[in-house]
Design a protein around this ligand. Structure first.
Ligand SMILES: [Fe+2]
Ligand SMILES: [Fe+2]
Length: 224
């Protein structure tokens, strides 16, 4: 069975993530390095566990979360595809069983479809990845916190405005909940939706694929 521990040690994964972080820092993007990847991986694994998936699927969710952005160093716009192809190159030829091959293909499919512009939910692991990735909005993701940059860059400004972020599952009510606290002195809720509307719609679609409702709470105002 594929394990996150083993995947994290692969030199192709290690250096793709390192090169991605260097490249996106250079372009001035929010964090796509180890903080983001470990958070998405942990969040994906616990979401899989909380909705009742088995140990194998929890590992696949954790792996997809950790590897989903590693194609960025090749090309920003096509990174879901390049990431999926890198994953296959690193692991497919050394697959130890037909089950492992199927698992690798499932992770590839999830990575290839995590972009909100495509807006396609392809499998359970993909749905979990979308929710874990798109819910990572937080002040800690912003690299350049200078007032000049925050004034100019709407992505940085919106991320910087989020001072608390909690991601939970209510299995009894069938709800996947993202609870945010926004500092409205930094940005208004409207600006949040100006850039995150597509991502939130994608989260709703992903939650529905899993048989759940997506609930977004901003400053105690519930949107579902
Ligand atoms: Fe991505
Ligand atoms: Fe990401």
């Amino acid at each position: 069975m594929l394990s996150l521990e083993e995947i994290k040690k692969h030199s192709g994964v290690v250096y793709s993530i390192k090169k991605t972080e260097e490249y996106l820092n250079y372009l001035g993007y929010t964090d796509h390095g180890p903080r983001h990847l470990n958070l998405v991986s942990d969040r994906a694994k616990s979401l899989a566990k909380n909705i009742g998936l088995d140990e194998r699927e929890q590992q696949l969710a954790a792996i997809a979360g950790y590897c989903h952005d590693m194609g960025n160093f090749l090309q920003r716009t096509g990174h879901p595809y390049t990431g999926a192809m890198l994953f296959s190159q690193f692991f497919l030829s050394s697959s130890r069983s037909s089950q492992e091959t199927k698992d690798i293909l499932e992770v590839m499919q999830a990575i290839a479809n995590h972009d909100e512009h495509e807006n396609e939910v392809v499998n359970k692991i993909g749905a979990i990845l979308v929710l874990a990735d798109k819910s990572d909005v937080h002040r800690n993701r912003v690299k350049n916190k200078t007032p000049e940059n925050l004034k100019e860059d709407i992505h940085d400004r919106v991320n910087y405005s989020v001072i608390e972020s909690a991601f939970k599952v209510n299995k009894a009510k069938k709800e996947i909940i993202l609870k945010l606290k926004i500092d409205t002195k930094v940005t208004g809720v409207m600006e949040y939706f100006e850039i995150f509307n597509n991502r939130m719609v994608f989260c709703r679609k992903a939650a529905e694929f899993l048989g759940y409702n997506f609930v977004l709470t901003i400053n105690n105002f519930k949107l579902s």
